[in-house]
Ligand binder design. Structure first.
Ligand SMILES: [Zn+2]
Length: 438
């Protein structure tokens, strides 16, 4: 057994001092142990190790629910003009060109560097929404899971926890075959996709199902993948309502909006996460709420791509669980990602504290819940909180960092989210093993 002794620990009762966090051999939190018991210092069991963390506060590790790791290569590069009026769709051309350059080794090296950057920012788990499966001409690698295995290897080398969200992709749009540059994303049949899912599950890989979008996957695939997700209790993630053009083509092809189509195909539910929902209307939000579907917001990417500002107030009013993702990895900083959620909501509604529904609360605790607990639930990972039995995925922040000067226990989370960046992260543990130190 090992014990961490930070200055503060964030628990379900808020910040606590004089608490030791006991780490079990199995990578989980064994318990939170008061340092003083009945007026006497707690005596460590024989052989136990105590690690003091003076001037540090311990938080649960952040969960990055939605990443396309290879898009990290576009950082900076994709700000150059592609057309006279650049949008999500012209950015997508640059992204497709980058996807064409990948091979398993290039992907592994890029992913390893990016996953290390995530860890240093305080993300301990990543949901990798992986869709570049095959050779550029669409022929499978041997084995067909080679690109996925490159990502898994990169995560092991970096030390991050990874849930592989294996994307299903079949076409360019409703009634349109795949473009040449989409061929390496596509499977010829649902059976070929599910074979890869089964092969990875047989290796013990933590996996989720990820039909890419209603554009890219037909209705019969959506129904079958959703049924598989329920049968095997696996998370299901899907993009929806990021761009108005997707909603228009869905309305034209199916007579309903994308999230309505997901409801019709029985895709929504407590194991499902809809990514973006930027332009969801009232009926779509009610469908998400009624089915207890999670929504993953990606504020820095949504800002970078000009997607729009999600309907934060309505999402909160409906009680929909919100999580975050770094998506295109244009920035990796959970504090910034969550700050952007609240700040863009303020810009949309002309009001402060939009994400907080309790009249006397500040946003910090709720932002932490989105960044940790909701994210862990969305990926089917037993983390997200510092309590006995949960995974020992932890982040220590440096309370002496100048960005946090003036903090008090009451304001510390708000100081972190509104006044600091990932530079305050001093150390990170995954499964009880320290994987990063500044
Ligand atoms: Zn995405």
């Amino acid at each position: 057994m090992r014990y961490l002794w930070p200055e503060y620990v964030y628990t379900s009762q808020g910040w606590q001092s004089d608490v030791l966090v006991a780490l079990a051999e199995d990578g989980r939190i064994a318990g939170l142990q008061p340092r003083v018991v009945a007026g006497r210092p707690f005596v460590l069991p024989a052989g136990a190790v105590l690690e003091r963390l003076p001037g540090k506060a311990l938080l649960p590790g952040f969960v990055n629910v939605h990443s396309h790791v290879f898009q990290r290569a576009l950082r900076g590069q994709a700000q150059r003009p592609v057309s006279g009026r650049d949008t999500f769709w012209s950015w997508r051309q640059a992204m497709y060109a980058e996807a064409q350059r990948l091979d398993p080794e290039r992907l592994r090296v890029l992913a390893r560097v990016t996953y290390r950057e995530m860890l240093a920012a305080g993300y301990t788990t990543v949901g990798e929404f992986h869709y570049v499966h095959h050779r550029p001409d669409g022929r499978p690698y041997s084995p067909p899971t080679l690109m996925a295995e490159a990502l898994l290897q990169a995560a092991r080398e970096a030390g991050i926890r990874l849930v592989l969200l294996l994307a299903a992709y079949m076409r360019n749009d409703f009634g349109q075959p795949a473009l040449e540059e989409q061929r390496r994303f596509c499977d010829p049949s649902l059976a070929a996709y599910l074979e890869r899912v089964e092969a990875l599950r047989a290796l013990g890989v933590a996996i989720g199902l990820a039909p890419h979008s209603v554009r890219a996957v037909p209705e019969d695939w959506l129904r079958a993948i959703a049924a598989y997700s329920r049968q095997h209790r696996l998370p299901l993630h899907i993009h929806a309502d990021e761009q108005p053009a997707e909603i228009e083509s869905c309305l034209a092809a199916c007579g309903c909006r994308p999230i309505e189509l997901l409801a019709r195909c029985e895709v929504l539910g407590p194991q499902t996460t809809v990514v973006h929902a930027t332009h969801a209307d009232g009926n779509e939000l009610a469908l998400l709420a009624d089915s207890r579907t999670t929504v993953c917001l990606c504020p820095t990417t949504e800002g970078d791509l000009g997607d729009g500002i999600p309907p934060y107030r309505e999402l909160r009013a409906q009680g929909i669980a919100l999580a975050i993702g770094s998506d295109s990895n244009t920035r990796l900083d959970p504090f910034e990602e969550l700050r952007w959620a609240e700040y863009t909501a303020r810009l949309r509604y002309g009001q402060r504290r939009v994400l907080v529904t309790e009249p006397d609360a500040s946003p910090g605790p709720y932002l932490l819940t989105c960044g940790c607990e909701h994210g862990a639930a969305a990926l089917g990972v037993e983390g997200g909180r510092l309590e006995a039995g949960r995974l020992a995925d932890l982040v220590a922040v440096d309370l002496e960092h100048p960005m946090l000067q003036g903090w008090t226990p009451d304001s510390l989370l708000d100081s972190l989210f509104f006044g600091a960046s990932a530079e305050v992260v001093a150390a990170v543990w995954v499964a009880g093993r320290q994987v990063y130190t500044r």
